[in-house]
Design a binder for this molecule. Structure first.
Ligand SMILES: NC(=O)c1ccc[n+]([C@@H]2O[C@H](COP(=O)([O-])OP(=O)(O)OC[C@H]3O[C@@H](n4cnc5c(N)ncnc54)[C@H](OP(=O)(O)O)[C@@H]3O)[C@@H](O)[C@H]2O)c1
Length: 291
């Protein structure tokens, strides 16, 4: 049976940079861009309330209101619990995390309203909160699923004991798990974190899958370029193929909004690499061989 919450696309489109994309700053231009992506089979969008300090979600919602036919075609992930200094109501202007039930319930309602969608397909806690009371947080998250506001709850940037305390208090299963993973940040594959994600049945999502662009620098960048030329693919497509080769096939959450770069990544999305090539790229990225 098809899982309606599965990430059924070659990658998600990350919205972290949307607020600074001047060519997408009008609802019409962004609606055109969204429609083109949807027509390419890219219907998953990764938001967070803090991206552009709410502006990412706001712009996205304005584009959907501008072209209402798109709303039923998009699938959204969003995240909350980080309070930016400018939005801290305490008067301290301190950046902090908030996983209290009232804060999360208000965040979910606000994201639904800004995005202009009926449901957040996935809602993730953005960062682990050392002051989290698991039972209270779990009740709020389970309640949002029961109310149909959220399809599934997941986590981002959590360590195993942090998400397991939350899971132990929840009725619903945690579903998506967003972690930083790329040729530039492969630590999770060696310290047990990624194995714990898979063991607990979470669906892994790789944020910053090109290391924010840093995979194209230095020795690794040269290796990616020459191997990509040999294979007749783009170097970015090769870097994503390295990720997909990992068991569990973490789905990349890419950051570029440039149509030509996105099209190249779609074109290269069926590329597979063998074990030796995978380790060769790892070696180039770390500057040393495995033990
Ligand atoms: N959960 C979390 O805590 C967390 C943290 C960070 C990010 N994220 C998510 O991950 C998404 C992606 O993050 P990211 O922007 O760091 O991702 P990324 O895909 O690793 O990096 C994107 C950067 O690479 C550059 N780039 C250079 N050549 C490229 C090429 N050929 N193809 C594609 N990109 C190329 C892009 O430049 P151009 O823009 O000029 O194309 C952009 O600056 C975010 O939007 C967000 O949704 C989540």
């Amino acid at each position: 049976m098809n899982d309606p919450l599965a990430f059924d696309a070659p990658f998600l489109l990350g919205m972290m940079r949307l607020h600074s994309a001047y060519d997408l700053s009008t609802p019409g231009a962004l609606a055109d861009w969204l429609e083109a992506r949807l027509d390419e089979g890219l219907h998953w969008f990764d938001h967070a309330d803090i991206y552009g300090s709410r502006e990412g979600e706001t712009r996205f919602g304005e584009a959907l209101r501008h072209r209402p036919a798109l709303a039923s075609r998009v699938r959204v992930v969003t995240k909350a619990d980080i309070v930016l200094p400018a939005l801290d109501a305490s008067g301290h202007a301190v950046k902090h995390y908030d996983t209290t039930p009232d804060y999360l319930a208000a965040s979910i309602d606000a994201s639904l309203s800004r995005l202009g969608v009926e449901r957040l397909d996935h809602f993730l806690l953005h960062r682990p909160d050392p002051l989290m009371e698991p039972e209270a947080t779990a009740e709020a998250l389970d309640g949002a699923i029961d109310a149909g506001k959220v399809g599934a709850v997941g986590v981002s940037n959590f360590m195993p004991e942090q998400w397991r305390r939350l899971q132990d208090a929840m009725r619903h299963d945690l579903y998506a798990h967003q972690l930083e993973l790329s040729l530039a940040h492969a630590e999770a594959l060696f310290d047990g974190l990624y194995d714990a994600v898979l063991s607990d049945g979470h669906r892994p999502m790789a944020s910053s899958p090109l290391g924010g662009g840093s995979v194209f620098e230095d020795v690794l960048g040269s290796s990616l370029s020459s191997l990509a030329d040999d294979l007749g693919v783009s170097r970015a497509g090769l870097a994503l193929a390295w990720l997909r080769r990992i068991p569990g096939s973490p789905v990349p959450v890419i950051g570029t909004l440039k149509a030509s770069r996105i099209r190249a990544l779609v074109a290269d999305s069926s590329l597979t690499i063998d074990r030796a090539t995978w380790f060769m790229l790892l070696e180039e990225s770390r500057g040393h061989r495995v033990a």
